[in-house]
Write a protein that binds this ligand. Structure first.
Ligand SMILES: [Zn+2]
Length: 333
């Protein structure tokens, strides 16, 4: 189960086997941030038409500076959110009016509380639903995990789980900074001369995925439907699906111009060719799983031997590739 618990996910990411979403590799992070002060986790990348990408420690942030308002996509972690606001203030004195959440994971919504007093937070229905359900799920699932962690002597994990259980006991559902404006299939936001299309795709990364397309700027923020040169996390428990990735990516590609600039949920900003390369990775994982199933191979035997050497350079291959393969095998007919 993936929770969005704001302050604790970094720890969970570092220690939990079910790490929600990957951060860039140390090597990537080093090149990303080489111009920054050592204590500055951010790197700002102006794109087109007032749209910027902001790399930090969680999922990539995107924001649009309009003539009288700012719209932000995703809020990373609780401890980083004030820094996001500061970075935006270094570019514009216009107020932040909207925050779009691309899905419910903690590295994308963990900073929502910072935006809650100033911005309208919007997302797909399931983002709100999953955020509000998280205390009950923690109280149901985490005590057993805590026992395991204690037995294994994993102190960092024990501490993280204890803190989350404690949070879940105390929090009031109405205090959770979930989206207050939700949609089923899509919504448009108009900021100055820009039209921002926020649309849901069939379940891919989760069942609450949204893509944000800045029409005039010709920039699309994909959320975690796209990990650029990074092996994705497919949140099957959160309604995600390997095959859904292909459907979702195809749907986006049919909707945006070929010249679009693409902000992935993780990894560097790229173009449509970069997105297609990631689509090929998903297609290859599905293909190899489908063949194994058709050949009558057991899941266990398949997972033991499966390997796609062409993608070994993707960050997270060692940690998440087999999980992707398992998801694809389960979905194969
Ligand atoms: Zn995610």
């Amino acid at each position: 189960m993936i929770t969005w618990v704001p302050s604790l996910l970094p720890l969970l990411l570092a220690t939990g086997p079910q790490a929600p979403s990957p951060s860039p590799s140390p090597a990537a992070a080093a090149t990303e941030h080489h111009e920054n002060a050592p204590d500055d986790p951010f790197k700002l990348k102006p794109l087109a038409g007032g749209v910027h990408a902001l790399y930090g420690r969680g999922g990539n942030v995107g924001f649009l500076v309009g003539p009288d308002a700012v719209l932000v996509v995703d809020s990373q972690y609780k401890d980083l959110a004030p820094g996001i606001v500061k970075k935006i203030a270094s570019v514009t004195d216009k107020p932040i009016k909207y925050l779009v959440n691309t899905h419910h994971h903690g590295d994308h919504v963990g900073g929502n509380a910072t935006f809650q007093p100033i911005a309208v937070i919007l997302a797909h229905h399931n983002v709100r639903k999953r955020m509000l359900a998280s205390p009950a799920e923690i109280l149901r699932d985490y005590p057993a995990r805590l026992e395991e962690a204690r037995k294994a002597g994993n102190e960092a994990r024990v501490k993280s789980l204890e803190e989350q259980i404690d949070w879940a006991r105390k929090v009031k559902v109405e205090e959770i900074p979930a989206p207050v404006l939700t949609f089923e299939s899509e919504v448009r936001v108009y900021v100055g001369g820009e039209t921002i299309h926020v649309f849901h795709t069939p379940p891919a990364h989760t069942d609450g995925d949204a893509v944000v397309f800045f029409e005039k700027a010709n920039v699309v923020h994909m959320g975690d439907i796209f990990f650029n040169k990074v092996v994705p996390f497919i949140d099957v428990a959160g309604g995600g699906s390997a095959k859904g990735y292909l459907t979702a990516i195809d749907l986006v590609m049919a909707r945006v111009p070929a010249s679009v600039t693409v902000i992935p949920g993780h990894g560097e900003v790229t173009d449509l060719a970069g997105l297609k390369a990631f689509r090929q990775y998903i297609a290859d994982v599905i293909d190899v799983a489908q063949k194994a199933k058709l050949a009558g191979k057991s899941k266990e035997a398949f997972l033991k031997e499966v390997d796609l050497p062409a993608y070994k350079s993707f960050d997270g291959y060692d940690r998440r590739f087999k999980d992707n393969a398992a998801a694809a095998y389960d979905e194969a007919k």
